[in-house]
Design a protein around this ligand. Structure first.
Ligand SMILES: Cc1cc2nc3c(=O)[nH]c(=O)nc-3n(C[C@H](O)[C@H](O)[C@H](O)COP(=O)(O)O)c2cc1C
Length: 465
């Protein structure tokens, strides 16, 4: 059986993920797994139609497709995202239709689920028959149990194809609303908002000046009495996508730093505003690959937040309400960076006047919350994510990501429970008593509810600043 493997790693054959594919190939010599380095060769594939068509022909001639890729910033790499965009731009969706698909990715399990959801949804949109996903921790292949697991996964994939089994669709097609937003005049009638000296920037991937997004950006700008800077990421000199070389991990210096304008752009434009509005258009199930390029290239900062304590707003054109996966990425990344997500205004429902009212509310609220320095406490999306980073940087990744390690030490981010002196004292005192003395145990557990709330009651009684 012929299987096309779409390699999403910019590292090509030196990809960690591809070792999982090669392992499958070793175990199933009767099948032919053809690896296509589409992310690494994205610039060629974009420009050279013949080369692009060669890839498509391999897919057409295959019984199945494996999306094989590394996690890059909660999704796939910008190069891979670009390849996915080329499928519809070049109108070759038919090559994918009805093909069986599976997904093999590697990562440190930080937001691997959102990347899995994304590729599953893309497969569904292409009307492929999505069988399943295998999301491995980078080094899983070193363990016998995991190797067995991988083989079972592959076996199931091949069995499904051989027996032409039916598969389930998880993501219904997106319903796009054709609505032309036209500023209603409501904003012009309102009092202009004073930014109180706060620097406000709108960062966008806008390409069409006539689009809803362009008009929403303008309306938002019009809410203020002072200047709101617009930064278009299409104007930034970016030579290429993140190569995954990790040379930045030592001292946060990107190998591209003298070759293009990204580092300077990041330090002077991205990091400086007090209030940041991201104005983006949904492209397939995410934003554009250009936007993803900016996020991937920001990885030179490692796993530390570089822009903290800011108010963040989103202005989005497209069906965000139908893509909860994307909403989760937005929430997670904002929380994880210790910023506050004020609101997201979209053009997916309401009339122009409603959109104007939402934009005005957003404008007024970002300033108000910035004045009070409000930062929403993180949910599981941030708390869980931080723990993954903390453990990885303290442990196996430390010798590579030394810049992160220094930051984590200096900023007290190694908050392991074993360092919690108060918890240690309580455990040492109570565990022996509870375990040895039945009478004490009964009394203890009968009082947990009242005792747990006591310190909080004290604060409520004597409110401290
Ligand atoms: C720019 C960049 C972004 C990354 N983002 C994530 C991420 O969001 N979540 C995660 O778990 N791992 C992330 N990783 C780690 C890679 O997914 C992991 O090292 C993967 O195994 C690399 O596979 P490859 O060698 O096939 O490219 C990232 C690595 C790089 C270089």
């Amino acid at each position: 059986m012929k299987i096309a493997v779409l390699n999403g790693s910019p590292k090509g054959n030196l990809s960690v993920t591809m070792q999982y594919i090669l392992y499958i190939q070793k175990k199933f010599p009767q099948h032919e797994l053809k690896i296509l380095n589409v992310a690494q060769q994205i610039k060629t594939l974009e420009k050279d139609q013949e080369k692009f068509q060669e890839v498509i022909e391999v897919i057409k001639a295959s019984e199945g497709v494996i999306w094989g890729f590394p996690l890059y910033v909660t999704l796939v790499s910008s190069q891979y995202k670009h390849f996915i965009e080329l499928i519809s731009e070049k109108g070759v969706e038919d090559a994918f239709k009805d093909k069986y698909a599976a997904l093999v990715c590697t990562s440190i399990h930080f937001y691997d689920h959102t990347a899995v959801n994304y590729i599953n949804a893309i497969s569904d949109d292409l009307e492929m028959r999505f069988v399943g996903f295998y999301s491995a921790e980078m080094m899983d292949l070193m363990e016998e149990e995991q190797r067995e697991n991988l083989v079972s996964f592959a076996k199931d994939f091949f069995y499904t194809i051989e027996n032409k089994l039916s598969t389930t669709r998880r993501y219904p097609p997106l319903k796009l609303r054709e609505y032309k937003y036209t500023p209603s005049g409501l904003i012009n009638d309102k009092e202009k908002i004073h930014a109180n000296g706060k620097k406000i920037s709108i960062i966008t991937d806008l390409t069409d000046e006539e689009s809803n997004l362009a008009k929403m950006i303008k309306s938002f700008q019009d809410c203020f009495s002072s200047n709101v800077e617009i930064i278009n990421v299409n104007d930034v000199d970016i030579k290429g996508g993140c190569l995954g070389c990790c040379q930045c991990a030592y001292d946060n210096q990107c190998i591209y730093r003298d070759k293009d304008g990204f580092t300077e752009f990041y330090n002077t434009k991205v990091k400086t505003p007090d209030i940041i509005i991201r104005a983006l258009t949904i492209k397939d199930r995410y934003f554009s690959s250009r936007w993803k390029l900016v996020l991937d290239r920001s990885f030179f900062n490692g796993h530390v937040p570089t822009i903290i304590g800011r108010q963040i707003g989103y202005i989005i054109s497209g069906p965000l309400g139908q893509i909860p996966n994307l909403r989760q990425i937005i929430y997670g990344m904002t929380e994880l960076a210790d910023n506050n997500l004020v609101d997201i205004v979209t053009d997916e429902y309401g009339e122009s006047r409603d959109i104007d009212q939402m934009l005005y509310n957003l404008a007024e609220r970002v300033v108000r919350l910035s004045n009070s320095n409000y930062i929403s406490p993180g949910t599981y999306l941030a708390v869980g994510g931080r723990k993954i980073f903390r453990d990885a940087i303290y442990g196996r990744m430390r010798f590579v990501f030394q810049a992160d390690h220094r930051y984590y030490e200096e900023h007290g981010l190694y908050d392991f429970p074993q360092d919690d002196e108060q918890a240690k004292k309580m455990n040492d005192m109570f565990i022996p008593l509870i375990n040895k003395d039945e009478k004490f145990r009964k009394m203890f557990y009968s009082r947990t509810t009242t005792e747990m709330v006591k310190p909080l009651q004290e604060i409520v009684k004597n409110p401290k600043k």
